[in-house]
Design a protein around this ligand. Structure first.
Ligand code: GCU
Length: 324
């Protein structure tokens, strides 16, 4: 009986190397090498190599060198790139149910977000929903709290954004969000934002403090309004086919080390945010608080409007219940 079970388990990995494939997994990232995601993913790769006696490794390609997120995601689906970090809106474009975690006001804090997006009881079906497109969603990292920054300012209420072109991620919901917040939304890939701000194609963008500093957006948009309008996840996605190449024992190491990487990333995040704020202040960036109520009122209708199916509503409501 024991022998039969062991055999069955060995056989169920699927993929060509079910009995123990290996190799260096190429991971597409759009951040710089100073960003907490790069650091935590590199450490993940090193521990994976150690734990699998060198059978598996990860090479993190920073700065969009394997493509911007939209393209990287397609390459993972095509099994051309093994893994990528992509933000929530990219997955929303493949399965609208992901919108539940991309809405304004859904997460109260990064801790709340992390408790939800890595809880398989909540995310199980959602994360396996893209496997027929060869995309396995393995869990999430925080992408911090997002705020609006502009080249002219300060911005304190929605009326101040009137006529301003503000970059958003490629997401219909985020486009509408900026319109409701008073601005004119321009969807664009992350790596293009600096030049667009510099040339005046954009008047502003929205992101967390770490991205604002590591992408050097502060050099060309020196007014930072603490709108705190979004806390969106980043996801680790992997080619489903490639994942099936892992033996069960190596997969266990992989899962444990990925889990450790999530913990490391969350810990690094707070320090990196404090550091980014200090550096921005030293560089002369003007931070200001905003009229929270007017911004909140502007985006609130988006939530109800986005709960278009039972699954989305349930994901949203379970998430809200986890905040209390
Ligand atoms: C953050 C996030 C990225 C995302 C980027 C963006 O940096 O971590 O995953 O791509 O914002 O605004 O595009």
């Amino acid at each position: 009986m024991v022998g039969a079970t062991a055999l069955a388990l060995t056989g169920c990995g699927g993929g060509s190397g079910a009995a123990g494939g290996g190799g260096t997994l190429r991971l597409a990232l759009n951040q710089t090498e100073e960003h907490p995601s790069f650091i935590a993913l590199e450490d993940f790769g090193n521990r994976l190599t150690e734990g699998t006696d060198g059978r598996w490794g990860i090479e993190v390609y920073a700065n969009e060198t394997l493509g911007a997120q939209q393209e990287a995601l397609q390459l993972v689906g095509a099994d051309t790139v093994d893994m990528a970090i992509v933000a929530g809106p990219q997955l929303e474009n493949l399965n609208e149910e992901f919108v539940a975690f991309n809405l304004p006001l859904v997460f109260d804090s990064i801790d709340h977000q992390m408790n939800v997006i890595n809880n398989p009881d909540i995310t199980g079906d959602l994360y396996s929903s893209l496997e027929d497109q060869n995309i396995s969603v393995l869990g999430g990292l925080t992408a911090g709290t997002r705020n609006i920054y502009t080249s002219e300012g300060p911005i304190t209420e929605p009326a101040d954004l009137d006529g301003m072109k503000i970059r958003v991620q490629e997401s219909p919901i985020h486009t509408e969000m900026i319109e409701r917040m008073g601005g004119s939304a321009t969807p664009m890939a992350y790596g293009e934002v600096y030049t667009a701000l510099q040339s005046g194609v954009l008047d502003g963008a929205e992101n967390n403090e770490v991205s604002y500093m590591t992408q050097k957006h502060y050099e060309v948009a020196g007014y930072f309004a603490r709108t705190e309008h979004l806390i969106v996840p980043d996801y680790l996605v992997m080619s489903t086919e490639r994942l099936a190449d892992m033996s069960e024992a190596d997969r266990a190491v992989f899962d444990a080390e990925w889990s450790a990487a999530i913990g490391e990333h969350t810990e690094l995040w707070t320090g990196a945010t404090d550091e980014a704020i200090a550096e921005a202040e030293a560089a002369g960036v003007q931070f200001n608080d905003v009229d929270d109520e007017t911004f909140r009122a502007a985006v609130e209708p988006l939530v109800d409007q986005s709960l278009t199916s039972d699954t989305i509503r349930e994901l949203y409501e379970t998430t809200r219940a986890a905040a209390e």
